[in-house]
Structures are given as structure tokens and as C-alpha cells.
Design a protein around this ligand. Structure first.
Ligand SMILES: Cc1ncc(COP(=O)(O)O)c(C=O)c1O
Length: 251
């Protein structure tokens, strides 16, 4: 369905569209995984219509996958943007891509990309240290193992307590969509989730000492390098306690 819309839009606006910018996995909607072949077809359509494909890895990079999450789907974007993890806790963002496009930037090309904080030495040092010394492949696989455990705990709690919710995970991230039987395939489907139930869940978890997510239904959880097995066990225990309350409250 979405691909038909893309195709029609690109055809209708042929020679007017400069770029398609998309996350490889939607994350400002809870985690929504792309359907089989979706990104490959987006790549193909961009090639057909001479449009740049820019992949936004601000949230997914070094979280949904050990590097850029587009690598999970066998596509090559023209440009990629990163943020968050890339700065190792300091405010840093980065972009990169194919030589022919990066060479368009000054001093090799004519496009200006100046800024007060560009290549800020403190942030670049923190980012490099985080990526080279903290974010090792061992650390990432540990985070993913903990996330598997968390996902299983949440999913088991949903099933055992008969909570109407769909649960998803990828890499070190995951989401719960209350009120849905199936995982959403796009924002419109995700938006049908039971947001009131989500806020009850969030407040109940916080009252039990666990911040399970950012503060909105359209965020997700992340397991970090600092989390321990014990943190995951506590989170699962508090999730079960919370679900028991949600079940008994007439929302
Ligand atoms: C997916 C995504 N892309 C881009 C941005 C914007 O990043 P920045 O604040 O570095 O401009 C955000 C902000 O959180 C985001 O979630």
C-alpha cells in the first residue's frame, strides 16, 4: 500500500523531488519494522526517479543493529544521518555517504556546511571513545541478550495475564502497543493503540521505581551498556505487577 503511494507521488512530482528521507525502522511511533522488501523497493524507486535516498539512523544507529540499521535490509542509502549514540552522551550528530555526494560539500564542492559546533573536539573525542571502547561487539551482543530476556518477559506477561497488546523488539530496542492484536505496519495502525492504557502502564512502572520508556506511547525502550541482568529481572517483575493492576482497573 505505502509503496503504491510512493510510486504515485514520485511519478506525479517527477524532477521536483530531491530526496526521500526515512528511518530504516520507524521509531517515533513505537518500533515499526519495515515489511519484507519495502526498503529495497524504496531504493529502486529512488534510483528510477533520480532521487537521493537519505536514511535517518539518529535513533536506530548502534541500537537496532551493531552499526547502521539499514545494513539489516541489504540496501545502500546515498546519505546517512546519525545522532544520540554517536556522541557517547554528548551532543553530537554526524552524516556521511557516497563520495560523489560528500564531495559536493566545501572545500571539494560548493555546498556550505559550517556551524559553531561542527566537529566539536570534546564531543568527537567522547563519541569516538564510546564507539571504539565501550560499544564493542561483545557489549552489543550482551545488550541484545538482555533485550531478548526483557522482550520474552514482557511478552510472557502479556500472554499469561491476557493483556491485549502487541510487543516487538529489534536489537536493543522494543515497544508495547496496548490494545492491538497485531504489530502495526505503519503510523496510522500504530496510532490506533490504547494510549490511555500506555500512560497507566508508564505511571505504574514509575511508581514501582522503573522508567520503562521515554515519556510517550510513541517512544520505545532501549537496553544500554549500563543495564544488568538484575535490572532486566526487576523490570520484568514490575511489568508483571503493573499488568496485574491494569487488568483489574476499569480503564
Ligand atoms: C529519528 C530522528 N531523527 C532526527 C532527529 C533530530 O535529531 P537532532 O535533534 O539531532 O536534529 C530525531 C530527534 O530525536 C529523531 O528521533
Amino acid at each position: 500500500m505505502m509503496l503504491i503511494v510512493w510510486r504515485e507521488l514520485l511519478k506525479k512530482h517527477e524532477n521536483e523531488v530531491a530526496a526521500v528521507i526515512t528511518e530504516p525502522i520507524m521509531t517515533n511511533s513505537g518500533v515499526i519494522l519495515p515489511e519484507e522488501g519495502y526498503l529495497k523497493e524504496v531504493r529502486r524507486l529512488c534510483d528510477e526517479y533520480g532521487v537521493l535516498l537519505i536514511i535517518d539512523e539518529v535513533k536506530t544507529g548502534f541500537n537496532a543493529a551493531p552499526s547502521a540499521a539499514f545494513s539489516l535490509y541489504n540496501i545502500e542509502p546515498d546519505l546517512v544521518t546519525f545522532g544520540k549514540v554517536v556522541g557517547g552522551g554528548t551532543p553530537l550528530a554526524a552524516f556521511g555517504g557516497k563520495r560523489e555526494f560528500m564531495e559536493e560539500i566545501l572545500p571539494l564542492g560548493g555546498a556550505i556546511h559550517f556551524g559553531t559546533y561542527n566537529a566539536n573536539p570534546l564531543c568527537v573525542a567522547a563519541g569516538l571513545t564510546a564507539l571504539k571502547e565501550i560499544f564493542t561487539s561483545n557489549t552489543y551482543s550482551e545488550m541484545c541478550k538482555l533485550n531478548d530476556q526483557l522482550y520474552k518477559g514482557v511478552k510472557d506477561a502479556v500472554e499469561d495475564l491476557k493483556i491485549k497488546a502487541a510487543v516487538v523488539k529489534v536489537g536493543n530496542m522494543g515497544s508495547i502497543f496496548f490494545g492491538l492484536d497485531e504489530l502495526p505496519r505503519n503510523f496510522r495502525e500504530a496510532f490506533k493503540c490504547d494510549k490511555f492504557m500506555w500512560y497507566r502502564y508508564w505511571i505504574n512502572m514509575i511508581n514501582r521505581g522503573v522508567i520503562p520508556y521515554g515519556g510517550a506511547w510513541f517512544e520505545e525502550w532501549f537496553v544500554s551498556a549500563m543495564h544488568t541482568k538484575e535490572d532486566i529481572e526487576i523490570t520484568i517483575e514490575k511489568t508483571v505487577d503493573t499488568f496485574k493492576v491494569l487488568k483489574n482497573v476499569n480503564c
